[in-house]
Design a protein around this ligand. Structure first.
Ligand SMILES: C[S@@+](CC[C@H](N)C(=O)[O-])C[C@H]1O[C@@H](n2cnc3c(N)ncnc32)[C@H](O)[C@@H]1O
Length: 343
């Protein structure tokens, strides 16, 4: 069966398999194949595979040991896994029910099946969900059904999808940024959520501050710092990051002006409104990771112009990377600008 696979030399097989497994990119319903010294590792989301890997279509057999939803439906449904929650995205309620039934009857380790019931909305970027299936033994309370522990690149994240933003599709992107973090640097995540940037940064030895306006996300961020043994290097602040950056927040007495060697701004659509705050946080030599969603004709231009308008002439602005994270909608791209600001 033709399937998107990462192709690597046999000697790099184990290291590659482990890296793809940590990013939740392995397809567990297909076999890994060895041919002519090459290993073909089937992947679930070829677009999310880091650019350092080669992705090719290759004929790989189905794994016989497990019954997957596709075996029961006769076609491949699209779904995402978040811990033991499976997320589908179906407008047709009958079709959603059919997929949920197949997921529950399959050998996937699943406790709850959810369907997206709205787009992400409001400040907190949280969406509504329909619960399609859940463990009968669960108490009849939405939080229990929508809470899970998700693993990403060796870190554990507890979260409740009904109360916080989290996208497993960004795992590879977060890893790309985390790999740039150096021991002992000061990193500031302006829109931290449950900590998927903060925790791996702290694991690399950085002192990290994460701010979020969503109090539930900050509670999970504190829990996740503890879970991953990095609570000593993490400060989690509940509040509006504009107040924190201005030294005007009830949640902290600390002054983070001129503090940050790295600033993460993952609030696409409105990050430009927070650039003044980011500049206040930046130290004399600071890398800014600026996320944006723009038309494919000029995905980086508006972000770069906004950063220059906010930072110059106080800082020299050098764009180090223009990176496409994923396609967001037809003709729209989710991108990241890695920008060095030097005072
Ligand atoms: C797109 S999510 C990103 C979360 C996290 N960085 C991640 O990758 O999963 C944006 C986050 O920004 C938070 N947020 C929105 N406006 C904010 C503000 N003014 N100050 C602090 N946090 C804010 C939301 O609550 C949400 O958790």
């Amino acid at each position: 069966m033709e399937t998107p696979c990462v192709r690597v030399e046999r000697e790099r097989g184990e290291e590659t398999r482990r890296e793809l497994a940590e990013a939740n990119l392995l397809r567990d319903d297909r076999e890994i194949v060895v041919e002519d010294g090459w290993l073909y590792v089937p992947v679930a989301d070829p677009e999310a595979v880091p650019g350092s890997f080669e992705v090719v279509d290759h004929d790989v057999p189905r794994r016989e040991t497990q019954t997957m939803p596709a075996d029961l439906l006769g076609e491949e449904p699209s779904y995402e896994r978040l811990g033991d929650i499976v997320i589908v995205d179906e407008d047709d309620p009958d079709r959603a029910r059919e997929i949920a039934d197949a997921i529950v009857a399959s050998d996937l380790p699943v406790r709850t099946v959810l369907n997206r019931a709205s787009k992400v909305k409001g400040d907190r970027r949280v969406r509504d969900w329909d619960v399609l299936a859940t463990d009968e033994a669960e108490p009849d309370e939405l939080r229990a059904r929508t809470e899970t522990v998700h693993r990403e690149y060796g870190c554990e994240f507890a979260l409740d999808v009904a109360q916080v933003y989290f996208s497993p599709r960004l795992a590879t992107e977060r890893h790309r940024v985390a790999e740039q973090v150096a021991d002992d640097e000061h990193a500031f995540d302006m829109f931290a959520g449950v900590g998927p940037f903060v925790v791996p940064f702290a694991q690399r030895g950085a002192d990290v501050v994460g701010v979020d306006i969503n109090e539930v996300a900050i509670e999970y961020l504190r829990e996740n710092a503890r879970r991953n043994g990095v609570e000593d290097r993490v400060t989690a602040i509940h509040g509006d990051v504009r107040d924190v950056a201005a030294g005007d927040s009830d949640a902290t007495d600390a002054d983070y002006g001129n503090w940050a060697d790295r600033v993460v701004m993952n609030l696409p659509h409105s990050a430009d409104e927070f650039l003044d705050a980011a500049i206040r946080l930046a130290s004399d030599d600071c890398v800014l990771h600026y996320y944006d969603i723009q038309h494919e004709d000029d995905p980086f231009g508006p972000g770069e112009a906004a950063i220059r308008a906010a930072a110059e002439p106080e800082y020299d602005v050098a764009v180090e990377t223009r990176h496409v994270v994923r396609s967001y909608a037809p003709h729209e791209l989710n991108v990241c600008l890695d920008v060095r600001l030097t005072r």
